[in-house]
Design a protein around this ligand. Structure first.
Ligand SMILES: Cc1ncc(COP(=O)(O)OP(=O)(O)O)c(N)n1
Ligand SMILES: Cc1ncsc1CCOP(=O)(O)O
Ligand SMILES: [Mg+2]
Length: 566
């Protein structure tokens, strides 16, 4: 009986299941009292308490799950762009870049590239409706963002679906004409926009051309025109309007006008001089939708979206994709620094350890040369990898030097590593880092740098060498093999110590510490196949001519390595 009462309470209270333990408790009590429930003995009490506690635990775990698994979700209803700069493809990339899930309803398939739109195949309104039903009946969508809506029928089925499955916000990008000048919606779509869609929209994001079309063709030539347009368009129903002024003539900045019905906000961002602007409208609207899905206010969402576009355009200003006049940009800010060395399949080649040049600012100062000149000379002399080890440098100076040296290294296809400073390596997108036993652990460095960067770690003992492998390092720097003045208080491990580390290591090893032309051969000849080379500071850089010294040492290690393979 008691169980039956509680069971019914469970269902009765389902709506408040997650939110109000007090309500659940009082409901248990109310129902048990109102049921001539006379045998309220201590056992029953205990049972009730146990069941109630179980309910509490169940509720808590459901609450944890609910908050853990709630993923902000944008549904984009738009056209596909085969060149992937705009449309559905831009929306997916923008949402992924803003860390929001994005589902897609495709309204049209376009044959498109950086030169323009070559063809459009409109999806039937029935099939658009079917896609909408599939997504909205199953998934929790926070925000719907619309792009290309090529027919009045598609606008109609979209509005029907939105009435059936209301969402938190609707972002409408009134895509009518592509940036290349091609028509993407029939004129009859305008009526559907005005009658049904715009009154449902939380924000409308027309560019100047689209704002003009919406207003029956009035030209927009100034910020003041954009303000008037924003006001008139808002009268058509959307709660907020963002008129994008990227195409405004005679303006140094890209100025957008945001109007929320009460206030106007002029949003300035610097105009990025690039051909890679294809897809900015779709991306901006998707970013707004993504921020709204995360819970931002409208003004904040617009600000973040604009900042994202500005950064992405600036980052992608020089990338080359396609031969047409307007290229796509890189939503993930990852393509610019792709060099031949970073896209080669074998990201780390242990043969690169052969002659490992490690810089020292003090030595370069002493010999009155810049770090750039030192690095260039070392590479021309035969250095196969370069490490910047700038112990005294200010962070900003270190980063500046790293950027300059990275350019030089990339131009020669030689990897550049940064000693100790993972932040500097990340900031300049160096090829990797070298860390010591008391720097950030290799596993943390790997998490921060990702799977593609090179990570080396200093090891003096076989145990450290085994740990280096487990932690995900790529190579081991082992030393000091001989006494050195370059590193203070550094225990010398000798050739025996080096050999012990090599034998214990599954990773390639480079020897370091007091190595020069006079002893490099003995190092290379210790008889460990995974000893791949020598790392040198003073024998290269505490000398008058870096080029000559590197050349000599290079000839020597090449000879020693060749003798070993005979
Ligand atoms: C290849 C190579 N091995 C060792 C070092 C030493 O780095 P450093 O930061 O001077 O000292 P630890 O961090 O190892 O204690 C290196 N730079 N390169
Ligand atoms: C950085 C470092 N780590 C171990 S020994 C050493 C110094 C190597 O410098 P040099 O080649 O001048 O002996
Ligand atoms: Mg270190």
């Amino acid at each position: 009986m008691a169980y039956a009462q509680l069971f019914s309470c469970h269902f009765y209270c389902q709506d408040s299941w997650l939110s109000s333990p007090v309500l659940v408790a009082s409901e248990v009590f109310r129902q048990s009292r109102g049921s001539s429930f006379l045998s309220w003995n201590s056992n029953t009490k205990k049972n009730h308490r146990r069941i109630f506690m179980n309910m509490q635990a169940d509720r808590a775990s459901k609450a944890i799950h609910a908050s853990e698994l709630k993923i902000p979700h944008v549904l984009t209803v738009a056209g596909s762009d085969s060149g992937a700069g705009a449309g559905i493809q831009a929306d997916l990339k923008a949402c992924a870049a803003r860390r929001v899930y994005c589902s897609t309803v495709i309204t049209a398939v376009t044959a498109q590239n950086t030169a323009g739109v070559q063809g459009v195949d409109v999806v039937s309104e029935e099939f658009v409706a079917e896609q909408l039903q599939s997504v909205l009946s199953d998934m929790h969508v926070d925000v719907v963002k619309t792009g290309m809506l090529p027919s009045p029928g598609i606008v109609k089925v979209l509005c029907q679906s939105l009435r059936k499955f209301p969402v938190r916000a609707l972002v409408v990008d009134p895509v009518m004409v592509s940036t290349s000048g091609d028509m993407l919606a029939s004129p009859s779509v305008l009526a559907g926009f005005r009658e049904e869609l715009l009154p449902m929209a939380d924000i409308l994001t027309p560019n100047i051309k689209e704002a003009s079309v919406l207003l029956g063709g009035v030209p927009l030539q100034s910020v003041s025109d954009m303000r008037s347009a924003a006001k008139l368009i808002r009268d058509m129903g959307p709660r907020n309007v963002l008129v994008k002024g990227g195409d405004l003539p005679d303006s140094l900045d890209a100025i957008d006008v945001f109007f929320d019905g009460k206030s106007f906000y002029e949003m300035h961002s610097s105009r990025v001089n690039t051909r890679n602007t294809h897809g900015t409208g779709c991306t901006l609207a998707s970013c707004i939708a993504a921020e709204l899905a995360k819970g931002s206010s409208m003004l904040q969402a617009v600000k973040v979206a604009k900042r994202f576009i500005e950064t992405a355009l600036d980052y992608s200003r020089d990338i080359v994709i396609g031969n047409g006049v307007q290229g796509p940009f890189d939503h993930f800010l990852a393509l610019k620094n792709i060099s031949q060395s970073s896209i080669r399949q074998d990201r780390f080649n242990s043969n690169d350890l052969l002659l490992y040049a490690v810089t020292d600012a003090g030595m370069n100062r002493k010999w009155d040369r810049s770090i750039a000149d030192a690095v260039k000379a070392a590479i021309e002399g035969g250095a196969t990898i370069v490490q910047l080890r700038e112990k005294e440098a200010e962070t900003g100076d270190f980063l500046d030097a790293a950027k300059v040296c990275l350019k030089i290294c990339r131009s020669y296809g030689v990897p550049l590593l940064i000693n100790d400073r993972i932040d500097v390596a990340l900031a300049c997108d160096a090829d990797g880092v070298h860390v010591g036993q008391s720097d950030l652990p290799v596993s943390v460095a790997r998490t921060l740098l990702g799977p593609d960067k090179i990570i080396g770690v200093s090891c003096k003992t076989p145990e450290q060498a085994q740990q280096a492998w487990i932690s995900g390092a790529d190579y081991i720097g082992c030393g000091g093999v001989y006494p050195t003045n370059t590193k203070e208080n550094n225990r010398t491990i000798g050739l025996d110590g080096l050999k012990a580390v090599c034998l214990a290591s599954k990773l390639p090893v480079v020897a370091i510490g007091g190595i020069s032309p006079s002893n490099a051969r003995s190092v290379m000849e210790i008889g460990a196949p995974n000893l791949k080379g020598v790392a040198v500071v003073s024998a290269l850089f505490d000398r008058e001519c870096v080029l000559t010294e590197t050349r000599n040492l290079h000839a020597l290690v090449i000879e020693a390595a060749a003798a070993l393979t005979k």
